[in-house]
Write a protein that binds this ligand. Structure first.
Ligand SMILES: [Zn+2]
Length: 471
């Protein structure tokens, strides 16, 4: 609040003068449970989605004893054939209107009147979806922000990846398929061909294979493909257990690589076409949203695509697959519209640094103290070694840039003489890939079209080349 209202007096070492520094809290970013703590929204129960709030659509699965967040058909066009098809989805015909987006005044009015005094009887958190008035509401600009708390795409991607792989490989304990969900499907009166069947003389039931069930041969093929991949970015091979045909110990970055690159390759030639295409579409969506440059004009198309993909997944996968994490995928594009590309809000650097800090822990009873002590001693020793140039330090991590920045780099450099034609070719290539040139090319093309239609189609590139080369 101080940084917003009065600012602080601070010294600029470059200009060698004092100036007033102001700052604002643009948004917070946490994993899902911490999102709940900071925003004071209840992330449990029927209305678990903090973006849909009251309009969250959920179904209670009696046998699984959990909630499924389906109902993405609501966001399709009204006359879409999926809306009238009840058997393939959650057993209902979709005729609801898409609720209007919630405005900040409504949210504030709901949260403003909650007065929670910790430790006092009768003043505990209320039963509704809002638990308290978050301290952030004291910031004067907070109610005007379109996105106050960002979704953590890294964790969403990890959860979706784990659910998907658990389901496809039918990993015990991880799979979302099983007798309970099959019974729930029976209760919902959907996909009746998948009902558990009795086996003569046995107490266990037979679960008919669904469209996403992989045969052992297919599982082996899938695991073999992942086991054989050699890439510098992630060691996927070590995650694959060929003996049990499952993936173990996936970290966030492994899930990121799997989701964006590997799964579409690994499922080639296995599973029915429609399932494979839908999974590939989901992976493609994750691949696209991680790109550094996103055209705002195509975001609406991405949103339509991901909703359609989620609807198709609803059609093929069991209801238990749709936990709140899968539902949150439908809100990612909305946040990109408001806050820019996803990579600007990554959790990766923080998680990585937390890994370094955790490395300092020696006494598990006092982790914070260990971290402080370890960090401080390393800092002090590093500082001291600056004064001891002639000694070689031991056990102190050395910066990989140390000693490499002075002088002129020659590694990997090739020198040669180029003629004018080569130079112009390179120059043209660079120009061709520069977005700011697009406008001029379009203008030039329309001019050429007016002059001679046939010649343009045959050699438009040569025409532009000449134009650029002539200046
Ligand atoms: Zn939602």
């Amino acid at each position: 609040m101080e940084l917003w209202s009065t600012g602080i007096h601070i010294y600029d070492a470059y200009k060698k003068e004092y100036f007033q520094l102001w700052a604002m809290l643009f948004c917070t970013i946490n994993d899902f449970p911490a999102y709940g703590n900071l925003s004071a929204y209840s992330m449990k129960g029927k209305k678990a989605c903090p973006i849909c709030e009251e309009n969250t659509h959920s179904i209670w699965l009696t046998n699984c004893k959990k909630l499924a967040f389906m109902g993405h058909r609501r966001e399709l066009a009204k006359n879409h054939p999926y809306c009238k098809n009840s058997d393939l989805f959650d057993g209902t015909i979709e005729d609801r209107k898409l609720p209007p987006p919630l405005d900040e005044e409504t949210t504030l009015s709901k949260a403003a009147n909650i007065n929670v005094v910790l430790g006092k009887k009768g003043f505990g958190p209320p039963k509704g979806i809002w638990k308290k008035k978050s301290i952030f509401w004291k910031l004067p600009y907070w109610k005007h922000l379109r996105v106050r708390h960002c979704l953590d795409v890294m964790h969403i991607e990890k959860n979706v990846c784990e659910s998907l792989i658990g389901l496809l490989l039918n990993i015990p304990g991880k799979t979302k398929d099983g007798i309970k969900v099959r019974r729930d499907m029976e209760l919902m009166n959907i996909k009746l061909e998948l009902q558990p069947e009795d086996i003569d003389g046995r107490s266990t039931k037979f679960l008919p294979p669904a469209c996403y069930t992989m045969l052992k041969v297919e599982k082996t093929k899938f695991c073999q493909c992942l086991h054989g991949i050699k890439v510098p970015s992630a060691n996927i091979r070590k995650l694959v257990s060929m003996k049990d045909l499952k993936l173990l110990g996936m970290k966030s970055h492994d899930c990121h690589v799997l989701m964006t690159q590997m799964i579409p390759i690994a499922i080639r030639g296995i599973l029915p076409n429609r399932i494979r295409h839908t999974i590939t579409k989901l992976c493609l969506f994750f691949n696209i949203i991680h790109s550094k440059v996103i055209d705002p004009d195509v975001l609406d198309e991405y949103q339509r695509d991901i909703i359609l993909t989620l609807c198709k997944l609803e059609m093929y996968f069991p209801p238990s697959f749709f936990d709140v994490m899968v539902h949150l995928v439908s809100h990612i594009v909305g946040e990109i519209k408001a806050c820019g590309p996803v990579f600007l809000r990554y959790m990766y650097p923080f998680e990585r640094y937390m890994g370094i800090l955790k490395g300092y822990v020696r006494n598990l009873n006092r982790p914070e103290g260990s971290i402080v002590e370890g960090y401080a001693s390393e800092e002090v020793i590093e500082f001291c070694t600056n004064y001891m140039d002639e000694f070689k330090s031991v056990w102190i991590p050395q910066s990989r840039h140390e000693g490499r920045l002075s002088g002129q780099g020659t590694l990997g450099c090739k020198s040669g003489n180029s003629n004018v034609a080569d130079y112009q070719e390179v120059h043209f290539n660079v120009l061709q890939h520069t977005t700011s040139i697009d406008l001029y090319i379009q203008e030039h093309m329309s001019l050429l079209r007016q002059q001679n239609r046939k010649r343009v189609q045959n050699g438009w590139q040569n025409n532009i080349k000449k134009l650029f080369q002539n200046g």
